[in-house]
Design a protein around this ligand. Structure first.
Ligand SMILES: NC(=O)c1ccc[n+]([C@@H]2O[C@H](COP(=O)([O-])OP(=O)(O)OC[C@H]3O[C@@H](n4cnc5c(N)ncnc54)[C@H](OP(=O)(O)O)[C@@H]3O)[C@@H](O)[C@H]2O)c1
Length: 330
């Protein structure tokens, strides 16, 4: 535990620069549990943070990586013992606190989720923030009354991490799923995940009225902007929209019409600050009925810790398909 490798961001001459370096525990933000990291993952937010886009980090220097899974190496929290298999998703890792791209990660006990039965450490990071957030969206939609009978659910950013998992989980739960994508060449991948329909983002008629023909039973959005606006116009009465991402835009232009004339629910999804009871219920379901059926298809790519410096550009260009897990201490 003395010296270990970490991928850490610095602010230098007004720019954010991230690199591999050697740290000791004394360099890390405080916490009562030290995890020996086995796996992490790459999310859109990690890509933004690596070069300083999106102002993700609240302090510098800061170890990157918003997720981590591994074994407890030391704990002063009575709930955890050395050797326990655990994971942390979000909770400010890589934003306010040193994150998961390190051989040792120090965290607060309240952030830790014991590895759910039915998942390996690698699977938990293949799922990671992306799969957890997709599941959170589905859990909240169902709490608001979403059922397969309401009609097909439209998933945007379909080939990305969140989108891929949302398709897999919705299809596995009996929903008809339509995948909205800019990558028609990946149609076969999306169909194998469970999409029954592929919608081309580049030719989709977005409409302009507050309400257009109600076509979708519900929607999961990773893009924001025009696509989210389109969803508000076209979701059927009492369907829900899970607003998850802003890969295209942080804007949303809508009216109250979908809400008060169609009873549509616009649900904000935030994985970082999910209340504990909701977080635990969602993880339990991820090990049971929402466990992705196509993890091997979605998370095919492994990246080693020392390959991280070159791993983020594809995310910023929107050209990644599926998920990449980061191999740290296995
Ligand atoms: N609310 C939360 O707690 C939470 C948690 C996790 C992620 N997120 C957000 O959810 C979004 C998706 O995350 P992710 O990890 O799945 O990202 P990702 O793996 O990079 O996937 C994003 C997908 O969106 C599409 N896309 C990317 N850039 C685009 C652009 N400029 N215009 C239109 N479409 C674009 C692409 O899919 P297609 O080519 O198939 O269209 C891309 O594969 C991100 O905005 C992320 O920040 C939020």
């Amino acid at each position: 535990m003395e010296n270990f490798r970490a991928f850490r961001a610095h602010r230098e001459d007004g720019r954010v620069v991230s690199r591999l370096e050697t740290l000791t525990l004394a360099d890390l933000t405080p916490g009562d549990v030290v995890i020996r990291a086995a796996w992490s993952d790459i999310n859109f937010k990690d890509a933004l943070a690596s070069g300083g886009a999106g102002r993700i980090q609240k302090r510098f220097p800061l170890v990157g990586g918003i997720d981590v899974a591994g074994h407890v190496a030391a704990s002063s929290d009575p709930r955890f013992r050395e050797g326990d298999a655990v994971l942390v998703i979000g909770c400010g890792l890589g934003e306010d606190f040193d994150g998961g791209y390190a051989e040792y990660v120090r965290v607060q006990g309240d952030w830790i989720v014991p590895l759910p039965p039915g998942l390996t450490l690698r699977e938990s990071m293949a799922i990671g923030t992306a799969g957890f957030t997709a599941a959170l969206g589905i859990v909240r939609m169902e709490d608001a009354g979403q059922t397969p009978e309401l009609g097909p659910v439209l998933v945007s950013g379909a080939t990305g991490g969140v989108g891929s998992f949302a398709i897999d989980m919705l299809a596995g739960s009996g929903y008809a799923v339509a995948a909205l994508t800019g990558k028609l060449a990946e149609a076969d991948y999306l169909r194998r995940l469970g999409a029954g329909e592929i919608v081309d983002r580049n030719t989709l008629e977005l409409g302009s009225k507050p309400l257009e023909r109600a076509r979708w039973g519900g929607a999961v959005d990773n893009l924001g902007g025009e696509v989210l606006t389109y969803m508000t116009r076209t979701v059927r009465p009492y369907g829900s929209i899970a607003a998850i991402g802003l890969a295209a835009s942080h804007t949303l232009q809508t009216t109250v019409m979908p809400l008060i004339l169609r009873g549509v629910s616009l649900l904000g999804i935030n994985s970082t600050y999910a209340p504990e009871a909701l977080r635990e219920r969602t993880w339990r379901r991820l090990g049971e009925d929402l466990k992705p059926r196509h993890l091997g298809l979605i998370a095919t790519t492994e990246v080693a810790l020392d390959e991280l410096p070159g791993a983020f550009d594809d995310y910023l260009r929107g050209t990644v398909t599926g998920r990449r897990v980061v191999r740290i201490g296995v």
